[in-house]
Design a protein. Structure first.
Lengths: 110, 116
């Protein structure tokens, strides 16, 4: 079992829908990242958070440290939001301290 | 533009070839990383240079050889690769404190490698 689990693995929705992607982890962490990867391959960091909630435009990320769970929400989704969304956590051990989920493949249809 | 540039973007090589991937960061960071991304798998750390110290992942085969001549440049030298090494190779950088990565990662666009 992966230390970082994301759900769903795949999600197709219509433009305008409210999107939620979930991330659960089983290890102690100091911070959690949400990353976005477009079909071209490059990865962009969306959020780094260790508690509470952060908002950037139509994106909202929340984390509950006690429940070891984080969610990424997209409001008023748009086809350009179509991408793979990756959750990664900072662990105390490991060369770079990061453990990645497998990603959620999101498609927003017009 | 993330400030991390990778070349080439695409590479096709035979199993007997020797090639190199290059990464350059313009962010003033003190740590650089090579990650491998295979289909249906999470990102896997291959190598990290942090505060001029190389940290290896012992599961990386010796046919992959990293080189970090300075804090802005990172290479991945490839020789006698296998078809299963075909993947997207991503470079990233970050600012490290006390040898641990606690900061935001900035990724390059990746180099798509195909081994025939």
């Amino acid at each position: 079992k992966n230390e970082v689990e994301q759900s769903p693995q795949n999600l197709t929705a219509q433009e305008g829908e409210f999107i939620t992607i979930n991330c659960s982890y089983s290890v102690g962490i100091s911070a959690l990242h949400w990353l976005q990867q477009h079909p071209g391959g490059g990865i962009v960091s969306l959020f780094m958070l260790s508690s509470g909630k952060k908002k950037h435009g139509r994106l909202i990320a929340t984390i509950n440290i006690q429940e070891k769970h984080s969610s990424l929400h997209i409001t008023a989704s748009h086809p350009r939001d179509s991408a793979v969304y990756i959750c990664a956590v900072h662990r105390p051990g490991g060369a770079d301290g990061l453990t990645f989920g497998k990603g959620t493949h999101l498609i927003i249809q017009p | 533009e993330t400030g991390v540039t990778q070349t080439p973007r695409h590479l096709v090589m035979g199993m007997t070839n020797k090639k190199s991937l290059k990464c350059e960061q313009h962010l003033g960071h003190n740590a650089m990383y090579w990650y491998k991304q295979s289909a249906k798998k999470p990102l896997e750390l291959m190598f990290v240079y942090s505060l001029e110290e190389r940290v290896e992942n012992n599961s990386v085969p010796s046919r992959f050889s990293p080189e970090c001549p300075n804090s802005s440049h990172l290479f991945l030298h490839l020789h006698t690769l296998q078809p299963e090494d075909s993947a997207l190779y991503l470079c990233a950088s970050s600012q490290v404190g006390r040898g641990r990565n606690t900061g935001e990662l900035f990724f390059g666009e990746g180099s798509r490698l195909t081994v025939l």
